[in-house]
Design a binder for this molecule. Structure first.
Ligand SMILES: Nc1nc2c(ncn2[C@@H]2O[C@H](COP(=O)(O)OP(=O)(O)OP(=O)(O)O)[C@@H](O)[C@H]2O)c(=O)[nH]1
Ligand SMILES: [Zn+2]
Length: 201
């Protein structure tokens, strides 16, 4: 289970969850925070397993923040994979679309002052989205997977994964209804980042 760029599977275990029984593999380069492959079934045995490539959001995933849709998206993905009987979540450590947690909180502060999620990063002189999907592609390749059905609303994620050599057979929408705190954020994702959000104005 060794992949290129010294990305290696360092540990694996069973992971029973509220949504079903999964397995988890921690992939890492040296001592860097591991990327997690949380999966169910034999990924190689299906033509295109259902996959969620999820970017870390400590506030949403762990603290159940209502400022974004990340936490419910993560849990909905696990539920869909459980229902399908086979599939995976790849949990990428790219907090804040790559700017890290401290900068994301600074960006939140700017959003409280009226900037939107794109403008806030720009105010901080940081890229709007600096994520890479190379590690996700390498993990899929390590698992013998080249075709996937991707759970996402983000067209750029489809493009970037395709450029990394993964064929997206189908996009599976992963829309979470807006709440009073993330409505503007979702509107900005739709208008400026071109997310495919049919339920947002
Ligand atoms: N910089 C910044 N990052 C944010 C903000 N809100 C959420 N994030 C981060 O955005 C990432 C999730 O990206 P999204 O654009 O919500 O969704 P996506 O993963 O690109 O697209 P989907 O696959 O449809 O979910 C996570 O890393 C979050 O920490 C914000 O206001 N500013
Ligand atoms: Zn989030």
């Amino acid at each position: 289970m060794v992949t290129n760029n010294s990305l290696q599977a360092r540990a694996q275990a069973d992971l029973p969850t509220e949504y079903g029984n999964f397995k988890v593999i921690a992939y890492a380069v040296d001592q860097e925070p591991p990327t997690l492959l949380i999966y169910k079934g034999d990924l190689k045995s299906v033509k295109a397993p259902m996959v969620r490539v999820h970017s870390e959001c400590f506030t949403g995933d762990v603290l159940s923040s209502l400022r974004c849709d990340c936490g419910p998206q993560l849990h909905a993905a696990l539920q869909k994979i459980e229902a399908a009987g086979c599939g995976a979540v790849i949990y990428l450590r790219q907090e804040g679309r790559g700017i890290g947690l401290v900068n994301k909180l600074k960006a939140y502060r700017l959003q409280e002052q009226g900037f939107d999620t794109v403008e806030a990063n720009q105010q901080l002189h940081l890229p709007v989205d600096s994520r890479s999907y190379e590690v996700a592609a390498n993990i899929l390749q390590d698992q013998g997977v080249s075709h996937i059905d991707l759970l996402t609303n983000n067209p750029d994620k489809i493009k970037q994964l395709s450029l990394e050599g993964i064929t997206i057979d189908h996009r599976i929408p992963l829309e979470i209804p807006a709440n009073q705190f993330d409505q503007k954020y979702l509107q900005t994702k739709k208008r400026k980042l071109h997310h495919l959000l049919s339920e947002v104005d």
